[in-house]
Design a protein around this ligand. Structure first.
Ligand code: UD1
Ligand code: CA
Length: 455
């Protein structure tokens, strides 16, 4: 059974009070429409049609991809009118209709819906609601079969008491869709072409309507304002947290944890409060992440420890290495096994060999540091001459004294040392001590200044 998907994303979203089109508002670091497209792709459709209108250029620009066909709906005349714009492009057997502002829909739910519907029936996703206000109501006949959907504004008092609501998500046999769309009228309370009218048409044509429900009502929740957007965000995060916990992660507080990307985790990982994981993050077994850390596009190998308030971006941390508190690893930071980065240390494009240490107040940029090398507190690489970047290379077992300025390009060989307070701008050879500071002299009988009494 071949499948195509139509995503409705033309609406304005006035209640967002925003210059950004509604479907581009983010949930978990990706636009709402981006989430829907991501889920749609997992169903392997022949093609995905995205109906756009408000902010069409920006939506197209942000989300352009080979498997997406953007269809312009110039005027928003209703959900039926929106689907009708995509009909000429459809050739598959089944069409699934999704919504750009309903981002939490689960792929499993959609699979169940498509399975229920099969090739010849309609498949309608409905939801049982405590308060169905605003939703189209599912009208069933005496035998319990779906007969029609009635919109809130067109419903009779009796119909308004129905608590089974229309989610809008619908699977339709494609060969009938064009004809049904051409029969839609806007003779209703809102003067719109309702997609929901196809239900009664299909029933009239003798088709059955299969229904399916989401596991969780949040899946079909849309966002019309920023309050609802925040609810979707927290629900997404709680779901992401539950998934990680099921895989062996301890979250100190799932309500204070955020994922904005794709995370893979090992077992016995411990994540303290207020941690944000962004982009692609790989976390192996026994990793411990302290509170208030942001970790983006990084790999944390087995047994890594990250202490509080650290920012780890584009880094690879080797087995048993550690960083923080208050560490900043910028893109290109690579720590080999058991390397140690302490507090107020910034690394950028820097490689620390096994068991290398930089414990305090250090900046290493464009640096290669050999195994077991120790870098004293307050040391910086002067890697930028105002025009070009240069490299600092430290061999193995090097000892860099405190408060050094390493003026790149510079090369300090294995086993070499430098004296505290040195500005090192010449290479230091194997086993040598580099000293580059003024010699100390002590002045005898030094008289301290005396306070002058003002008249
Ligand atoms: C729709 C359903 C209703 C259902 C509810 C669930 C219809 C007629 N009604 O009502 O039964 O309970 O969703 O939330 O379908 N859109 C376009 N172009 C248009 C009109 C809408 O792209 O011309 C998009 C909107 O951007 C939005 C979605 O379709 O994402 C739903 O439209 P909306 O007007 O919000 O429908 P509802 O009145 O909520
Ligand atoms: Ca709506």
């Amino acid at each position: 059974m071949s499948l195509e998907i139509v995503i409705l994303a033309a609406g304005q979203g006035t209640r967002m009070r925003s210059s950004l089109p509604k479907v581009l508002h983010p949930v978990a670091g990706n636009s709402m429409l981006g989430h829907v497209i991501h889920s749609a792709r997992q169903l392997d459709p022949q093609r995905i049609h995205v109906v756009i209108g408000h902010g069409a250029d920006l939506v197209r620009e942000r989300l352009a991809a080979d498997d997406l066909n953007f269809v312009l709906q110039d005027q928003q005349l209703g959900t039926g009118h929106a689907v009708a714009q995509a009909v000429p492009f459809i050739s598959a057997d089944t069409v699934l209709i999704l919504y750009g502002d309903v981002p939490l829909i689960e792929v499993e739910t959609l699979r169940r819906l498509l399975e229920q519907a099969g090739p010849e029936q309609l498949g309608l996703l409905t939801v049982e609601l405590d308060n169905p206000t605003g939703y189209g109501r599912i009208v069933r006949d005496a035998a319990g079969k779906v007969a029609a959907i009635v919109e809130q504004k067109d419903a009779s008092a009796a119909e308004l008491t129905i608590t089974e609501g229309n989610t809008g998500i619908l699977a339709v046999p494609a060969k009938r869709l064009g004809e049904w769309m051409s029969r839609l009228s806007n003779n209703n309370a809102q003067g719109e072409y309702y997609l929901t009218d196809v239900i009664a048409m299909a029933v009239g044509d003798g088709l059955a309507v299969a229904t399916e429900q989401p596991q969780d009502a949040m899946e079909v929740q849309g966002a019309n304002d920023r309050q609802q957007l925040a609810e979707l965000e927290r629900n997404y995060q709680l779901r992401a947290g539950r998934r990680l916990m099921a895989q062996g992660v301890t979250l100190r507080d799932p309500a204070r944890f955020d994922v904005r990307g794709e995370v893979t985790v090992g077992r016995d990982v411990l994540i303290d409060i207020n941690v944000i994981l962004e982009g692609r993050v790989v976390i192996e077994d026994d990793v411990v992440i302290g509170p208030n850390c942001v970790i983006r596009n990084s790999t944390l190998r087995k047994g890594v420890t990250i202490k509080a308030n650290s920012h780890i971006d584009g880094a690879i941390m080797g087995e048993g290495s550690d960083a923080g508190p208050f560490a900043r690893l910028r893109p290109g930071s690579v720590l080999d096994a058991r390397a140690h980065v302490g507090n107020f240390v910034e690394l950028k494009n820097a490689h620390l060999g096994e068991d290398a240490k930089c414990g305090h107040l250090t900046y290493l940029g464009d640096a290669e540091v050999g195994a077991r090398t120790n870098i004293g507190a307050g040391t910086i690489t002067c890697n930028y001459d105002g025009v070009n970047k240069h490299k600092t290379v430290l061999g193995e077992d090097v000892f860099i004294g405190s408060n050094n300025s390493l003026v790149a390009p510079v090369d300090i060989s294995s086993g070499a040392s430098t004296a505290a307070g040195s500005t090192i701008n010449q290479n230091v050879g194997e086993g040598q001590l580099g000293v580059a500071r003024a010699r100390q002299r002590n002045i005898d009988g030094w008289k301290r200044p005396v306070k002058i009494n003002k008249p």
